[in-house]
Write a protein that binds this ligand. Structure first.
Ligand code: NOJ
Length: 480
């Protein structure tokens, strides 16, 4: 059967670069955009088709870029806008695309919009954020909780006597997505980046930007019924899709859809081509490395997604414990099995920098931690050859560096690279439908497309399946 030509973001292997920790070109201890440009040969050698950059926009870094003070300016420490333009141009020459992070849920409290908004109750910018009166006893307007900073979602602004909403830190005030001017401002921001040749956006908190208009109490204070997960968010995503659809070649919307129910996840694809192109699948990411459980999640995802929708899979990111530690408990065989799955499932795989090295979660001593939420262990500098001078976080010593792994045929890095190559060389793995196959306990077998059979042994026993011998934690993909 002739296969339809798939758009680039369905064929691609994506690679998340945590900019501060990827490569440092000016030896100030903080990674930068030139550093990434200098390492494009590595990304090309590995087989990455696109990089997603963690936020590069101007930020006071209370939440490491996720508190934006200027949506169309690039952080000077990363090299500013010229360095980004240069990276995009150099990457394009190697056919590597650049996706940027966008943070629409909240700004920094240093953003001029917020500074203007907080001046007075009748500031023209007042309604760009979510302001509300205290209850008669002076307490916050409702029972919503924030993710950071002791769990408060409201901070009283003394000057005007009202509270403002922040689902994250008090320094991250939430924008009011009921305001049409906010929506229009973001259309312009998207266009600014799209016009510069950016290949798309990873959308921060994509499920949560619209809040209940009446600010109702959450029935269960532990569940964000009204301060996230509103149906109305889909209007915004459809609007964004219409904006990016104006551009050619095709651009991509990749949502951080942090929802644990797969039918809810599926809704972010709209009718299959009018909302997000890709919606991160956290139930998969947080699963144990268990054949039955993983198969269940993948089957349910395949069943829930609309016809034209395309899955996306990842094992690690900058917010969670790195997968060789979390999923594989430090056992390299298990980490290889997990990576094998990432590269053989139907859908776009996303590697987090260091995943290709089998890099475990780093143990960052308390006095060297920088993140208010303790996530530093997943954000340490990539060990190229030990070469970081005075890095902002310690370089972890418990993984062989890139330079050593490149020269070792049996290394995790060469294993990762060969999986990517195998995927690229086999159209079934890129393109083919997914179909579960019967398999003994501890083993997960499936067909991809017409001719490829995949089996992975997620157990400590060797098994035989249709004449195929699988060692413990071994995966095999065969094209007949
Ligand atoms: C999700 C981001 O990935 C995380 O790093 C950040 O702290 C929150 N959103 C708030 O922006």
């Amino acid at each position: 059967m002739a296969s339809v030509a798939r758009p680039w973001w369905q064929r691609a292997v994506l690679y998340q670069v945590y900019v501060r920790s990827f490569a440092d070109s000016d030896e100030d201890g903080v990674g930068d955009l030139r550093g990434i440009a200098d390492r494009l040969d590595y990304l090309e050698w590995l087989g990455a088709d696109a990089v997603w950059l963690s936020p590069v926009t101007v930020s006071p870094d209370k939440d490491w870029g996720y508190d934006v003070a200027d949506y169309i300016g690039v952080q000077p420490a990363f090299g500013g806008l010229p360095a980004l333009d240069e990276l995009v141009a150099q990457a394009a020459r190697r056919d590597i695309r650049v996706i940027v992070d966008i943070v629409p849920n909240h700004t920094s409290d240093r953003h001029p919009w917020f500074e203007e908004s907080r001046v007075s109750r009748d500031s023209p910018r007042r309604d760009w954020y979510v302001w509300a009166d205290p209850k008669p006893d002076g307490s916050p307007p409702n029972n919503w909780r924030g993710a950071f900073g002791g769990g408060r979602a409201w901070t009283l602004d003394e000057r005007t006597g009202q509270y403002y909403l922040h689902n994250f830190l008090p320094e991250q005030p939430d924008l009011n997505w009921w305001n049409d001017d906010v929506r229009a401002a973001f259309d312009d921001i998207l266009r600014f980046w799209l016009d510069r040749g950016i290949a798309g956006f990873r959308i921060d908190v994509a499920h949560g930007i619209v809040k209940d208009r009446e600010l109702r109490d959450n029935p269960d204070p532990a569940i964000s019924t009204y301060n996230a997960n509103r149906e109305d968010v889909h209007d915004v995503l459809r609007r964004w899709r219409r904006v990016v659809d104006e551009y050619a070649p095709e651009r991509v919307l990749l949502g951080e859809t942090w929802v644990m129910e797969l039918d809810r996840l599926a809704r972010f694809y709209g009718s299959g081509d009018d909302e997000l192109h890709l919606a991160f699948n956290f139930p998969f990411t947080f699963s144990d490395l268990d054949a039955g459980r993983l198969r269940g999640i993948v089957e349910a995802t395949e069943a829930a997604l609309p016809e034209r929708a395309w899955p996306v899979w990842m094992l690690s990111n900058h917010d969670i414990v790195r997968f060789p530690t979390r999923m594989a408990g430090g056992d390299e065989r298990k980490a290889r099995a997990a990576l094998f799955l990432l590269m053989t499932l139907r859908g776009t795989p996303v590697l987090y920098y260091g995943d290709e090295l089998g890099m475990p979660q780093a143990d960052v001593p308390a006095e060297q931690q920088r993140d208010m939420d303790g996530r530093d262990g997943a954000r340490t500098p990539l060990p190229w050859n030990g070469g970081w001078s005075d890095p902002w976080l310690p370089v972890a010593a418990d993984v062989p560096p890139v330079a050593v792994q490149r020269d070792d045929d049996g290394s995790f890095l060469n294993f990762a690279r060969s999986l990517i190559a195998q995927r690229r060389a086999n159209p079934d793995l890129v393109d083919g439908a997914y179909e579960s196959l019967p398999s003994p306990e501890g083993v997960w077998a499936f067909r991809r497309g017409e001719r490829t059979t995949v089996a992975v042994n997620l157990s400590d026993e060797g098994v035989e399946l249709d004449g195929l011998r699988l060692r413990p934690w071994e995966g095999v993909a065969q094209r007949r």
